[in-house]
Design a protein around this ligand. Structure first.
Ligand code: DGL
Length: 268
């Protein structure tokens, strides 16, 4: 656990950095802005190097270092890895190398689903998350609580990046049906273990009515608020620092705006 109790108070109004391999982390922004309305955020979508799910752990760690260096130059006060894959691959390394920067990650919401009493849970994730050590530990911790099936979804991130916003949902529906139908039972829950898949909150209930969905957005936002408050780094005065503007890097501005709008319309 990092100790950032002594971080300089002048950093109070600095930005909070959020990054992902592409548009996935945008799904986190409405939740975190609602919970921390006085904070300013800056977003990086590393589309030039996506998808992360098909990359090696070493590659993702290298990219994470470069992105942290970029954000450090801006003087951000905290970093959120709004990507399950990069959290699994790089969060521990980043924390060890940046003990003065509060770093938050994205967890598949398996524990939340178990706590809500789910007995059969299907976890959708990228290849790298599905085969990572972090998930293995998470599943070991929940052993015996529920039946948990992990499904790796190579190619799904790309469909969400390119097709979803254009309303071209046929290929996505076909993909989801092929992956989920063999595993779905009557009383089933799905954990969206990749931030891109959170954008499927509109489509999944259309395909599978009654399916309960879980993701890690609220948990991460709550953790961020709690830890910033403990460190005296939480902006409380909305009038002073709340900003409509949300700088974005790595993604075309119109794509960022379109997915931000889509994210704001998602139903929980
Ligand atoms: N959005 C990412 C995640 O949460 C990764 C998608 C990808 O680049 O493969 O895992």
């Amino acid at each position: 656990m990092q100790n950032f109790d002594n971080i300089n108070q002048t950093r109070l109004t600095s930005e909070i950095a959020v990054y992902d391999s592409g548009v996935g982390g945008i799904s986190f922004l409405p939740t975190v802005r609602r919970l921390l309305p006085a904070e300013r955020f800056v977003y990086y979508g590393d589309l030039a190097n996506a998808p992360y799910g098909d990359r090696s752990q070493d590659f993702i760690i290298e990219r994470a270092r470069e992105i942290v260096a970029f954000f450090r130059k801006r003087g951000v006060k905290a970093l959120v890895i709004a990507c399950n894959t990069a959290t699994s691959a790089a969060a521990a390394t980043l924390r060890a190398e940046n003990p003065d920067l509060p770093i938050f990650g994205m967890e598949p919401a398996i524990h939340l689903a178990v706590k809500r009493g789910e007995k059969r849970i299907i976890m959708l994730a990228t290849e790298l998350t599905a085969h990572g050590e972090k998930l293995r530990r998470l599943l070991t911790a929940e052993a015996g609580t529920a039946e948990i099936v992990t499904i790796a979804c190579p190619g799904l991130m790309e469909l969400i990046e390119t097709n979803l916003i254009k309303g071209e949902t046929a290929a996505i529906k076909e993909y989801l049906q092929a992956k989920l139908l063999p595993q779905l039972t009557e009383d089933c829950a799905v954990v969206l273990g990749c931030t891109h898949y959170i954008f499927l909150r509109g489509l999944l209930p259309q395909l599978f009515p009654g399916l309960r969905l879980y993701d890690g957005n609220l948990g991460t936002a709550q953790n961020l608020r709690r830890r910033l408050a403990q460190a005296g780094l939480l902006c409380l005065d909305e009038g002073q620092s709340a900003a409509e503007e949300l700088p974005c890097f790595g993604l075309p501005p119109e794509k960022f705006a379109a997915y931000l709008q889509l994210a704001s319309s998602l139903k929980y």
